[in-house]
Design a protein around this ligand. Structure first.
Ligand SMILES: [Mg+2]
Length: 300
């Protein structure tokens, strides 16, 4: 890890902050400071934090309440929290751990013990983030997988529903892919999947555009805030770019790799399900296949 890990110190006592901050900086951590619970929450909103050292007795919301609010936020729930406090009663320790803290250190603390525990939990959190990222990726193509797609689709659907805006999707399928595998072998097929995925990913380039491998040789693109006409332009750009890769596949009409695409767009309504939009795009993909492949189809 090249980047320094960030530790958020939450304490109302500036002497505590200074002592702890010095120790942590000396051990190559980046230190972020908050002097009360609300400030801690605001800090988490704008800063990436790898661990929180949390005092309990503070004016305003106390450490327990701060911990509870961090743990109920889905963006923050996995950030390790260590209570660092003068409270030594077992019932307090149990309460802190039950609120989701990973550890509990009483003041006055032993520096080496504190550093060892911080290091362990920062590392565990890094592993967790790595695994979570990998769980969302398709191993072969390194773009998002079906699982991640399902989450993003629901999120974008609800966002569009709130904003009363358009949501468009493209379903994409590589033409005669099975024949390609039979003719050129599965290793060649894998290479094609990687190249097609990378090309689609490069062309769906707005920050909110999302590309995933839907299954075998099928890909899906989610285009937030996009009307059908715009979606069709993007679809056609992708189709041409795949054609321009000029990868040989003598099983297709052109003698090279091509794709078929189905596009659909809608302004989501509460009575509709997100998968209905996917179904619409899928029906258009079927039509594109039926009409001769290497083309984009959409509802007129
Ligand atoms: Mg305090």
């Amino acid at each position: 890890m090249n980047e320094k890990s960030s530790i958020l110190i939450v304490d109302d006592n500036s002497d505590n902050i200074r002592v702890l901050g010095t120790i942590l900086r000396q051990h190559n951590y980046r230190v972020v400071i908050a002097q009360n619970g609300l400030q801690a929450l605001k800090t988490l909103d704008i800063t990436k934090v790898d661990l929180v050292l949390l005092d309990i007795m503070m004016p305003g919301i106390d450490g327990f309440e701060t911990c509870r609010r961090i743990k109920e936020n889905t963006d923050w729930e996995a950030i390790p929290i260590i209570f660092l406090t003068a409270k030594v009663e077992e019932s307090e320790i149990v309460k802190g751990l039950e609120l989701g803290a990973v550890d509990y250190i009483t003041k006055p603390f032993n520096t080496q013990v504190l550093l060892a525990r911080v290091k362990t939990h920062v590392q565990l959190y890094q592993y967790y983030q790595l695994l979570r990222a990998q769980a969302c990726l398709d191993g072969l193509t390194q773009i998002a997988n079906r699982l991640k797609f399902e989450t993003v689709l629901v999120d974008e659907w609800h966002r569009a529903l709130r904003m009363e805006g358009y949501l468009a999707v493209l379903m994409i399928d590589i033409d005669y892919f099975k024949a390609l595998n039979d003719t050129y072998g599965h290793l060649a097929g894998d290479q094609v999947l990687k190249q097609v995925a990378a090309t689609i990913d490069k062309l769906a380039k707005r920050a909110s555009d999302f590309v995933a491998r839907y299954g075998g040789e099928e890909f899906v693109v989610i285009l937030p805030n996009t009307k059908l006409q715009e979606a069709l332009l993007i679809a056609e750009t992708i189709r041409r770019a795949i054609e321009a890769l000029a990868i040989e596949n003598k099983n297709t009409t052109l003698g090279q790799i091509t794709i078929s695409l189905g596009a659909a767009a809608t302004i989501p309504s509460a009575t509709m399900q997100p998968m209905q939009l996917i179904d619409k795009a899928d029906q258009q993909l079927f039509l594109a296949k039926h009409n001769g492949r290497n083309q984009v189809q959409s509802e007129k």
